[in-house]
Ligand binder design. Structure first.
Ligand code: MN3
Length: 199
């Protein structure tokens, strides 16, 4: 059975950038619902119950067709959100350092240019989805609860949830305001650790 991951911080630790209320709803309700629905689907898939979430959504073609969409959506919801919480820190924000900043500057010209491009891409996603930074520092979009690992790509090293449920309580329709708040929480030390893991 899959379980809602415990956060490394409290629901009120990300204030003022993310409110306690949005964490309560986004982690405590939305993410929990993906876990519950995934577990319900898994009851019909006894042969898959020992698989990790990565094995499950990274090999969707092995899942019987009648359950595939449900596993992709609820499994992806669980996987994507588990990454998302881990990308944030009460001590986050600012700029990366070390090998990562060097590589970002090499690819994008400057940290600001990278940030502008990532922000523009996040704002241009129509409807619900995710924007990811991949280990090779390319920027990848996923619709709905799809994930880069569905298509055999490695796990992203950073990403932002642009579903309205991620920001409506704090910012109503204003995704730009939310993305700006999100930048203040990015745990760059963790991003750099994952970046170096793939080097
Ligand atoms: Mn979400």
């Amino acid at each position: 059975m899959f379980a809602l991951p415990k956060l490394d911080y409290e629901y009120d630790s990300l204030v003022p950038h993310f409110s306690k209320e949005i964490l309560e709803v986004h982690h405590g309700k939305h993410h929990q619902i993906y876990v519950d629905k995934l577990n319900t689907v898994m009851e019909s898939l006894p042969a898959f119950q020992n698989k990790t979430i990565e094995e499950l959504i990274g090999n969707l073609n092995e899942v019987p067709e009648e359950f595939r969409t449900a596993v992709k959506n609820f499994g992806g919801g669980h996987y994507n959100h588990s990454l998302f919480w881990n990308f944030l820190s009460p001590d986050g924000g600012g700029e990366p350092s070390g090998e990562l900043i060097k590589a970002i500057v090499e690819k994008y010209g400057s940290f600001q240019q990278f940030k502008d491009e990532f922000t523009t891409r996040a704002l241009s996603i129509f409807g619900s989805g995710w924007l990811w930074l991949m280990p090779n520092l390319s920027i990848v979009v996923s619709a709905n609860q799809d994930s880069p690992i569905n298509g055999g790509l490695p796990a992203p090293i950073l990403g932002v949830d642009v579903w309205e449920h991620a920001y409506y309580i704090d910012h109503k329709y204003n995704r730009a305001e939310y993305i700006n708040a999100w930048w203040q929480l990015v745990d760059w030390a963790g991003v750099e650790k994952r970046y170096k893991f793939y080097l």
